[in-house]
Design a protein around this ligand. Structure first.
Ligand code: ITT
Length: 202
């Protein structure tokens, strides 16, 4: 039995690119994505380190829910933890993607891959969401390769060096929001959300 889809989902994130991508992906379903900061500007959570993205997302949503459940007005809540997993580096930077990006940056990853034949990598997105009754977890993947040079200005994080397998040879940063969203790990996770709850597909 299909369940009623939500009209609005609050997204707890400090990253406006994640918000834009989730909004773009869910617009086909007429589901609005809104930053949780709009109703609760100063929430801070502790991000557990060294675990997988699913564990981090679940820990984050439990902390956030505890703080805002009474402000949600029956609307849904989601959080996401994501990262870039490079095969030849044993999955590094993985759950440390944000920290590695802000320290050695994309140049650091390109350098670590110098001379390596295998440049395959995947983005992973783990979304934990609250549907007013319980917490669910879903995960999406996007396979690709690391480009030896950085190309494009759009997107964020590792997008200037990420060449999606299903793409046309452009990095994610050379694509517009609609193009990236059609292939991204985030959209794949949101598709799983939609499938799990059995409302019409995006
Ligand atoms: P929030 O935790 O506040 O949502 P964040 O950017 O810190 O925002 P994460 O902790 O999930 O998000 O860190 C994921 C990092 O992985 C992110 O900072 C990027 O460096 C990288 N990443 C994840 N998805 C990406 C994408 O679609 N494009 C580029 N880089 C991405």
């Amino acid at each position: 039995m299909p369940r009623k889809k939500p009209e609005l989902i609050f997204f707890h994130t400090s990253n406006r690119h994640k918000l834009d991508e989730a909004s773009q992906a869910m617009s086909k379903l007429q589901i609005k994505i809104r930053s949780l900061r709009d109703i609760s500007p100063s929430i801070s959570v502790v991000e557990p380190q060294g675990e997988n993205c699913a564990h981090v997302a679940r820990s984050k949503i439990m902390q956030v829910l505890h703080l805002v459940e009474d402000k949600l007005n029956g609307n849904w809540l989601m959080v996401e933890d994501s990262g870039l997993f490079v095969d030849a580096l044993g999955g590094f930077p993985g759950v440390y993607s944000s920290y590695v990006h802000s320290t050695v940056g994309i140049e650091g990853i390109v350098k670590l891959l110098e001379g390596k034949e295998d440049t395959s990598a995947s983005y992973i997105s783990s979304i934990a969401f609250w549907d007013g009754e319980r917490i669910h977890s879903v995960q999406g993947h996007c396979k690709g390769r690391i480009s030896p040079e950085s190309r494009g200005d759009a997107g964020f994080g590792y997008d200037p060096i990420f060449l999606p397998e299903e793409g046309d040879g452009r990095t994610f940063s050379e694509m517009n929001l609609r193009e990236k969203t059609s292939l991204s790990h985030r959209t794949m996770a949101l598709k799983k959300m939609v499938e799990k709850l059995n409302f019409p597909s995006i």
